[in-house]
Design a binder for this molecule. Sequence first.
Ligand code: PAF
Length: 281
Amino acid sequence: MQLARRLMAVREAVRDLRADGSTIALVPTMGALHYGHLSLVARGREVADHVVASIFVNPTQFGEGEDFDSYPRTEEADRAKLESAGCALLWAPSREEVYPAGHSTSISVSGVTEGLCGDSRPGHFDGVATVVAKLFNQILPDYALFGEKDYQQLAVIRRMARDLDFQVEIIGVPTIREADGLALSSRNAYLSDDERKHAVALPDALGETAAAIVGGETVADAIIAAKAKLFEAGFATVDYIELRDAETLAPVETLERPARLLAAARIGKTRLIDNIAVEPR
Ligand code: PAF
């Protein structure tokens, strides 16, 4: 696996990979890689000839008081994982390479960024859209893969790519879960043993709520019950649990089309997010 830290170098490496007409899939990450990320690489290898992964802990998507400084940075282990997953090239730029002095352009997507994490993390999706647009321009991939775990992020990136005419196919990849159902996340590393045990209440609550809604309970009542379950399990706050349209992310009061139940909640100091599909019978 090649490694590039400078823009000129990554562009040259991508040009070489493409020289024989090969296609490229991009897997953007912030490192601290787990099996969820590696499933993106695996899918990338199915759809394209070469996979390029990026590791960049993007400062512009972290708000004040969030975990930018403490976000796990494990580049050496990440490199080994990407190499054995068959990644052809790792793009791991410095902060200065991505945001040189005087950088003053930002991309803001409306609509799908409203509510959910858009409310609890103001400015977050501007940072995501901006860095992903830059990654698309840096690598010019044919495909880009993102986990469904960050469902709103996936919707924001799809909208941004469509609205700005990026020639890239966005592929969403299903969430990978631990045996007990907890979605894999780099932030699970923050959980104490006790918090980890109780964190499973999040996917459990989503599953029960989805079943209740499909079974005819009102969305509002099912969500009240889900919040109670999370507090009972020891979650400190629930930022949101909401049913949204699976495509537009518009709020859903009655289940008539494919929807998505999305939640964000804090256990101890750790904010966890998760979501599942809810389909009418
Ligand atoms: O999902 C992530 O890890 C990040 O938000 C992304 C897409 C790599 C942009 O920094």
